[in-house]
Every structure is written in C-alpha cells, then in structure tokens.
Design a protein around this ligand. Sequence first.
Ligand code: UD1
Length: 419
Amino acid sequence: MAKFLVENKGPLRGEVTISGAKNAVLPIMAATILASEECVIQDVPDLRDVDVMCQILESLGVKVNADFSNNRLSLNAAEILYNETPHELAKRMRASILTMGPLLARTGSAVVALPGGCAIGARPIDLHLKGFEALGAEIIFSDNQVEARADRLKGGRIYLDYPSVGATENIITAAVLAEGTTIIENVAEEPEIVDLANYLNKMGAKIKGAGTDTIKIEGVERLHGTTHTVIPDRIETGTFMVAAAITRGDVLIKNVVPDHVRPVIAKLKECGCTVEDTIDGLRVKADTGRLTATDIKTLPYPGFPTDMQSQFMALLTTVEGKSTVIETVFENRYMHITELNRMGADIVTDGRSAVVHGGAPLHGASVMSTDLRAGAALVLAGLAASGVTEISEIYHIERGYTEFVEKLRGIGADIRRED
Ligand code: UD1
C-alpha cells in the first residue's frame, strides 16, 4: 500500500499554484448529462474523484475525452444509454449521487446506489429526494439503491431543512429542464453552487439567486453545449495557507479567489499570521512572531468550512494555549484526533467539541489517513513534527489533492510517496 513519508525541514517558502476545485468540477461534470451537445470544461484537476466521475459518465453513454496534460475535459452526452449509475463506482464516491438530478431531468428516471465516499458521518440523502418529490418525482427504494421517476418534472417550491450542498446541486440540475418555475429556499451558498449555476446558465438555463439563500429557476426545454473554466479550489488554497502557517513559513498562493477563503484568512490573522492579498495571489506569512490560540466553529458557507477543520486543528496543536473547535456540519469528523494525539498532540473531544491544548511538540509516528481532509491534516502535522511521519491509506488524500507531493516539495517540504 502506498504511503507518504514526511519530515520537518523548517519553514515552507516560495510559490504554489492552486488547481481547479474538486467540489465544483464534479457537479459540473454531472450536469453535462443535461445537454445533447459537447461541453468543454477547463482547469479540471487530475484527481481520482474526477476519474471516477468520468467512468460513471462513460457508463451512462457520455463520450468522455480527457486531456489532463491541459486540464481539459470534453464531454458529449448526445446519447444517454443508461439511467443507472454502476454500484461499484457509486460506492467509491459520494458525489456519484450528483448524477441523479441530471439523469432524472434528461431521461425521466435515475437509479443510484446509496453512495459511499469519506466515512465522515451518516450523510443521508433525504433532502435530495425531498426536492425531487417536490418537482413531481416518485421515489422508490430497493436493495441499497434508490430510483427517482417522473415523465416530466414540474416546477415547485422547496424549503431545505438544512442548506445541503449536494441537495442544492441535485435539485438545481433537476429543475432546469422542469416545466415552470422552481423556487428553492434555504439553499447552500457555497462558491461551487455559483459555479454550477454559471455553467448551467451558459448552457441556456435560467437560474437566478445562486450565492444567496434562495434560488429561482425558470425551466427551459433544452440546454446546449458550452465551454467553462472551473473556479480555483478553496480547500486546497486553505490547506496551503495552513501549510505556510504550521511551518512558520512565507508562501505565495496563486490562482485563488480571496473572497472564497475569508474565514480561513480571518482565523489565520486571529492566530497572528499575516495574510496579504497581492496582485499575484495570497501571501501567508507566519515567520514574524509567536502565534496565539483561537477558536473555530464549522458552518455552511460563508462560515468556516468543515473541509478545513482538521487542517486548522493540526495548526492549533502547534500554537501554545487552549483552542476550541466545534464541528457543526458533520457528526463524525474527528477521526484525525486519535492520529494527531499519537503524534504528541493533546486534544480532548466532547461530542461535537474538541479542546486543543496546543504547544506540546509533535513527533513523527505511523498514522492513518481516515478521510481526505484528515489525511491532509496529518501531512501538515508531519511538516511540523520532529522525526519521520509515515501516513498510510493515502488514496483518501489523492482523491482530492492534485500533485500534493510535488506542490509541497516545490515550496521546500520534505515529503515523498512510497509504494
Ligand atoms: C459537500 C462537499 C464536501 C463538504 C460538504 C459540506 C462535494 C462533492 N462535497 O458534501 O466536501 O464537506 O459539502 O461543506 O461538494 N444532509 C442531510 N440530508 C441530505 C443531505 C445532507 O441531512 O439529504 C446533512 C449531512 O449529513 C451533513 C450536512 O447535511 O451533516 C452537510 O452535507 P452536504 O452539504 O449535503 O454535504 P455534501 O454535499 O455531501
């Protein structure tokens, strides 16, 4: 099994360029099912999850032409031959559920295996299904799979009990071809939702309000092909910001949208880092003084992202004093804590809260990546620990970070991948 070996070689310095966003490209790829003409997607990150989505789309009949040397995908859904996402692929990636809205809208039926992905909680799909039902679909459960069926979806009014990112995306992609107007309230406001809406509007959809808590969609008869460039990955951005901070380094992070990482900027500044918004990107400096403890609470956007919780916690273990972390988005997202404690950290959990008594020196250990962001947190901790940190189960990390080793080495990190 492949693993990462990480050593502390002091402060990271230099420049790193962020790739296109995993969580933006996956729903955009799925939405391509809606059009019968070619769509070209640019700045596509070369990731395992993207590869799985390519395989899912191919299995449905979409012609996929991937050119990862230019980060470009061309997808042609002229013919959709199947309405069922293969179980084996669906189990590998939770985002497989995002094919459901587009398949339902395009073919009148969508069958999806109950999804897999990171083991970070129950992650139900009730809100997705509630949305499809409000658009007139019938929902049928059988043997670990679910089908949504409707001859022609009809616009409806939907209130989401929680601003779920995936449910918002699935309901938007179902509603764009529905007859009449759909209004979705209490939706997710994440930048990835805005990117999806921009993409669909370029294809001829009529979506208003993406980025606010209410989205209004006028259904159209059909969508056409388009070309779209994916937004930069705000979680990769945040991870490199923390990499600069945890090593007390000075790193310029290029290809970023600073507005998308406002909570991370705010919290790094609270800790005493300098974050400069320059013409070339975000420059994070943590080499000018002692950092101080701070508290974080994860929330839907524009709150502090749950996908940055574990990496920021790794940073807090290196800062003297008591920091409190509260995870409100997922109920089981503290699996990195056992591993960080094995490296010498002092973190105590109590339900959704974790108290970090920072400042104890971290030391290398054999640790396991339990999910994508937890794995990234362990790499960051390894960059600040004495000795060698050996991280196993790194396929989780490779699901979501493009050229992680190369990018970290480019700013001076000592990290290598061993098979
Ligand atoms: C997306 C992101 C993931 C991120 C998460 C929250 C992608 C591919 N993944 O995941 O990286 O961590 O947003 O920012 O974009 N929920 C329900 N019922 C539902 C759907 C969700 O109760 O039908 C709950 C979940 O269990 C969870 C919360 O809502 O507690 C947030 O989940 P959601 O926003 O749906 O996350 P994902 O779309 O799965």
